[in-house]
Write a protein that binds this ligand. Structure first.
Ligand code: AMP
Length: 424
């Protein structure tokens, strides 16, 4: 045997047993966003690198260190590290703003970041996210956060904390930046190397740092809420009022900044407590990005969105997968029965019953053992005797009952049994 090739570190295979849980999760998410009027959009996985540089921003970990970028025919390209930039690009490129006053878009798919892999942190990971364009909030901000909390509840994830902040609009952000630099300058020597550099390039990012040296300094940093402008304050208060009215709990965290540059005003994060999450406990992150559509060449358009990490949701939830094993296992005994088995399986599948035919032959005992191992409900035994008599032997594997059914009635007997839960 030659040496096997393993997967790239941080990139995971999802085997069929995993995928069953994934699909259960995805269908719950789809159902919840559909109930809130979101429609799915699918955009490419590869975009021009410039898209992320202009949206996520230089000086962020994502753009500076984590992007899978390459040059193809002289064009710098990047495999998407997040979903919002591509959706905004598509929104502008297809002029969706001219077609509808408000767009509610949902996306799901793999994202790629070259981070150091850990539990809950991967190089390829999946996000499901929503974006609303054309609604300045704050009602829609509250509705979105409440939808996320409701979704998590449906997934059985109730031990969560919603962290809320406002970065304000351009004016507030600029004032805060100034105030933060004023505070940080005298502490410069105590900061990490990265943060020293960010002091001039992107000081807000310093608040995001996990470095213990930075954390010590950040702990007493001024709050954005000290310098927030009146309109931004009114927006934030409005959001809080709506959430209070809904009874959706949250904690105001004035130092929450998140790792992307495009946010303005509302910013939120949902963290899970306990479960198998460990250190990577941020389940959902999101916020408002009122300037991004314009920044990417569209008209001024308020917008808000969030992304949930599906691997982390799966670590936190105990959703049971839907059954995805064949309902009926056809066990042909002998050459003539084989042909009959294939035709029968085709009829059952056309009637919507998942069916598997054992094509390798073998003893009846071994075939029934396989049917049981697969979790099938019914085994159908066809031997030469059955072919001669124009019947099929139908075995209810759970009830250990069996009976002969005329060939012409097999499909209706099986569909009834599968729906009714017994072969009667
Ligand atoms: P972000 O796009 O950074 O705001 O992240 C949104 C969500 O995506 C996070 O809350 C995580 O649940 C998930 N996420 C982000 N980065 C990773 C990663 N490297 N591996 C797994 N999940 C991630």
């Amino acid at each position: 045997m030659s040496r096997a090739i393993s997967a790239v570190k941080g990139m995971n295979d999802l085997l069929p047993t995993d995928v069953a849980r994934w699909r259960a999760l995805e269908s719950t998410i789809r159902e919840v966003v559909r109930l809130h009027g979101y429609r799915e959009i699918r955009v490419p996985v590869i975009e021009h690198t410039q898209l992320y540089v202009r949206s996520v921003g230089e000086g962020t970990d994502i753009v500076d260190k984590e992007m899978y970028s390459f040059v193809f025919h002289d064009e710098p390209m990047t495999v998407r590290p997040e979903g919002t930039a591509g959706v905004v690009r598509a929104y502008v490129e297809h002029g969706l703003h001219a077609k509808e006053p408000v767009s509610r878009l949902y996306y799901e798919g793999p994202m790629f970041r070259g981070e150091r892999p850990a539990r809950g942190r991967y190089g390829q990971f999946y996000q499901a996210g929503c974006e609303v364009f054309g609604d300045p909030g704050p009602l829609v901000d509250a509705e979105m956060i409440d939808m996320i909390v409701g979704l998590l509840r449906r997934l059985g994830i109730t031990d969560v904390e919603v962290l809320l902040n406002s970065l304000g609009g351009k004016g507030t952000k600029a004032r805060y930046r100034e105030r933060l630099v004023e505070y940080l300058e005298p502490h410069k020597d105590a900061l990490s190397e990265d943060s020293k550099r960010r002091l001039t390039t992107n000081p807000l990012r310093i608040l995001d740092s996990k470095d213990p040296r930075d954390q010590k300094v950040i702990a007493s940093a001024p709050s954005v809420l000290d310098v927030i402008g009146d309109d931004d304050r009114a927006h934030f208060d409005g959001l809080r009022r709506h959430l209070d009215k809904l009874g959706t709990p949250y904690t105001v965290e004035p130092r929450l900044v998140r790792g992307l540059d495009y946010y303005s005003r509302t910013l939120f994060e949902v963290r899970g407590r306990g479960g198998e999450l460990g250190a990577q406990n941020t389940l959902v992150g999101g916020g408002r990005y009122d300037g991004l559509v314009e920044e990417l060449g569209g008209p001024p358009t308020p917008a808000i969105g969030f992304a949930a990490g599906l691997e982390r949701l799966l670590l936190a939830t105990s959703v049971a997968p839907a059954k995805d094993q064949p309902e009926v296992f056809v066990a042909p005994l002998g050459e003539r029965a084989m042909g009959e088995a294939l035709a029968l399986a085709r009829e059952l599948r056309e009637a919507g019953v998942p069916t598997l035919v054992e094509g390798r032959g073998g003893s009846l005992k071994s075939m029934l053992r396989r049917a049981n191992a697969l979790g099938s409900t019914i085994a159908m035994v066809i031997g030469d005797g059955e072919v001669d008599r124009g019947v099929v032997q139908l075995k209810d594997l759970a009830a250990h009952a069996q009976r002969d059914v005329p060939r012409a009635e097999v499909v209706s007997a099986v569909t009834e049994a599968v729906r009714g839960g017994s072969t009667g």
